[in-house]
Ligand binder design. Structure first.
Ligand code: SF4
Ligand code: SF4
Length: 305
């Protein structure tokens, strides 16, 4: 199944209070074309389901998985179980594992299944002004699926938020706009070359899509956000270029998302080229100073708390 029938989802988190107004269910779609060095969900990058190995769950002396891999990718070593260069993510080893040390991340969800899952908490949405948030990965890459899902969710009265990086042809986003209530649009850094260096693509397409969203006179509310990564996208040159671009587009404010380093613990489980950054989350004083640096450049940058 693919396209409008189903999409690969790797998590459905209930009772979130961080990804849009009220209490929300956040749906995490697999697949993203960017390669942000600080990606919070490295398990989201690959579009298809993938193997993950949790060494802390492996049972000493078990060895049930060692002979089942058709690629010879399972090693007889607890701390280095999978040869990722040989693994095809077929999943054949997962069923042999009695302790969920080997698991697949992501599976196909149909429109009906996802509707059932998100509607289970509709009373919490109604009581709190919440709803459903589409996240990832890049959910817009599942545009065909969302074109089938969103009208049904809207018909059920749900408030619908999209979290997006903006890096895709606008034709994928356009059909989704009538059903969405809020778009949380991430800008990563100022300057074309810096953007290319930090996330793997320059910002040409992101800014073109942002410009088109800003030019609308109807449709979902738009909120800009910047994930702050101290030492990578908070330098004076990056802020100068980002704020000049935003002012040129008529944007006066954006939300500053505090840095979170918890993603680094996921790397050892995954087949990924993403590497640890070793950046510690800064103190609150840092964010107050950052707000002032944005203000000095004519943009209101708002950090929580
Ligand atoms: S997912 Fe498939 S290829 Fe990868 S280690 Fe397991 S059995 Fe081998
Ligand atoms: S089957 Fe699971 S628990 Fe057993 S050795 Fe393999 S990874 Fe460890």
């Amino acid at each position: 199944m693919s396209g409008a029938d189903a999409a690969v989802v790797f998590d459905v988190q209930r009772f979130s209070i961080h990804d849009g107004p009220g209490i929300r269910t956040v749906v995490f779609f697999k697949g993203c074309a960017l390669a942000c060095r600080w990606c919070q969900n490295p398990e989201s990058r690959r579009a298809q389901p993938e193997l993950a190995y949790h060494a802390d769950r492996c049972l000493p002396g078990c060895r049930l998985c060692v002979s089942v891999c058709p690629e010879g990718a399972i090693l007889d070593r607890m701390n280095e179980r999978v040869r990722w260069d040989a693994c095809t993510h077929c999943g054949a080893c997962v069923d042999t594992c009695p302790s969920d040390a080997l698991v697949m991340v992501g599976e196909q969800w149909t429109v009906e299944r996802l509707l059932d899952a998100v509607l289970a908490d509709r009373h919490f949405y109604e009581a709190s002004g919440g709803g459903v948030t589409l996240s990832g990965g890049e959910p817009v890459l599942a545009s065909d699926f969302l074109s089938a899902f969103l009208p049904r969710a809207k018909q059920a009265g749900l408030h619908l938020t999209l979290e997006t990086s903006g890096h895709y042809p606008f034709a994928l986003l356009e059909p989704l706009l009538p059903e969405l209530d809020l778009i949380l649009f991430d800008v990563k850094a100022g300057g074309r070359e810096r953007h290319l260096d930090l996330v793997g693509h320059d910002n040409h397409q992101v800014l073109a899509n942002l410009e088109r969203l800003l030019a609308r006179d109807s449709g979902p509310e738009l909120e800009l956000r910047m994930p702050v990564v101290p030492g990578l996208n908070d330098g004076d040159a990056s802020l100068d270029q980002l704020c000049a671009t935003l002012r040129g587009l008529g944007v006066e404010r954006l939300t500053l998302l505090p840095y979170n380093h918890l993603w680094e613990a996921k790397l050892a489980r995954l087949d990924t080229k993403q590497t640890a950054l070793g950046i510690s989350p800064p103190a609150k004083d840092y964010y107050r100073a950052l707000e002032q640096r944005f203000a000095a450049r004519g943009v209101t940058g708002l950090a929580p708390g």
